[in-house]
Design a protein around this ligand. Structure first.
Ligand SMILES: [Zn+2]
Length: 276
């Protein structure tokens, strides 16, 4: 799953290229929307919500007022899931990913935006956005971030392992596997520790928020500090390598969902992050 900062960067890039622009051609390469044509619609903005991308559009003025009952405001909702990406090219520019993986093509006078391998792609009336993202917890990168509400949602399930709770987008939105591992390291807690046993939950959440916020600019991701001159992580992806703090080999393990349905890799330092 992508991290919230990837979505934020994608939204920023797409918004810069598409906002206020009139769609000159659209091509939805998914059966449900294959006949949808958004030519003449204007992209108003592209916004990230957790790991979801919302492209908002307004329709062209009605030639016959009252003749159409179609919604005049639509939102293209996409989710990158594992492999997805949105790329922006100059008009007619050569695509950098295989054409058969393209799911959505939006052309304007100044740019072509192409969504490749999107995990979710749908078009809904903007008024129904809540159905899609209304369940999300406070967005760590959102303008309306609400720490108190995020903590309340985390504490509502005190027995859930913190490493799992941080990934639960209904509790707080934007954290993927990298930042949950890194935030647990920075808090000195084992990812399997139940939420109720986390000594300073607000710190853990704010560590994750800070790491996301520090990675919104261009360049490779790093959690090693705002001025880190090299990309890198404390523990994520570093199995068997020495802990940057204490030298103990980093361990990789799996953390199952509370109902056992899903397992995700966790990385941690057994010395810096004791289980109890
Ligand atoms: Zn260590």
């Amino acid at each position: 799953m992508p991290e919230g900062d990837s979505i934020w960067r994608a939204a920023t890039r797409l918004n810069a290229a598409l906002a206020e622009q009139v769609i000159t051609a659209s091509d939805f390469r998914v059966p449900r929307f294959a006949t949808l044509n958004l030519e003449g619609w204007t992209m108003t903005e592209v916004v990230p919500r957790g790991k979801h991308l919302l492209m908002r559009l307004v329709g062209p003025a009605d030639e016959e007022p009252g003749a159409s009952r179609k919604p005049r405001e639509l939102t293209i909702h996409s989710h990158l899931k594992m492999e997805g990406s949105w790329m922006v090219y100059p008009p007619g520019g050569r695509w950098t990913k295989p054409g058969h993986t393209a799911r959505c093509v939006l052309r304007t006078a100044s740019a072509d935006a192409v969504g490749f391998s999107l995990g979710i792609l749908e078009v809904v009336p903007t008024s129904e956005e809540d159905r899609i993202v209304g369940h999300l917890g406070p967005d760590l990168l959102g303008p309306d971030w609400d720490e108190e509400e995020a903590l309340r949602r985390l504490q509502a399930e005190p027995d859930v392992p913190i490493g799992y709770a941080l990934l639960d987008q209904r509790k707080l939105a934007g954290i993927g596997n990298i930042y949950r591992c890194e935030a647990c390291f920075l808090s000195g807690i084992h990812p399997a520790l139940p939420v109720v046993s986390v000594p300073d939950l607000a710190k853990t959440v704010n560590d994750a928020k800070r790491l996301l916020g520090e990675n919104l600019g261009p360049g490779l991701r790093s959690t090693l500090g705002p001025r880190a001159m090299r990309p890198g992580y404390w523990v994520y992806g570093r199995a068997r390598q020495p802990c940057r703090r204490c030298g103990t080999p980093i361990r990789r393990d799996v953390l199952a969902a509370p109902d056992g349905t899903e397992e995700r890799d966790i990385y941690f330092c057994p010395r810096c992050q004791p289980r109890h």
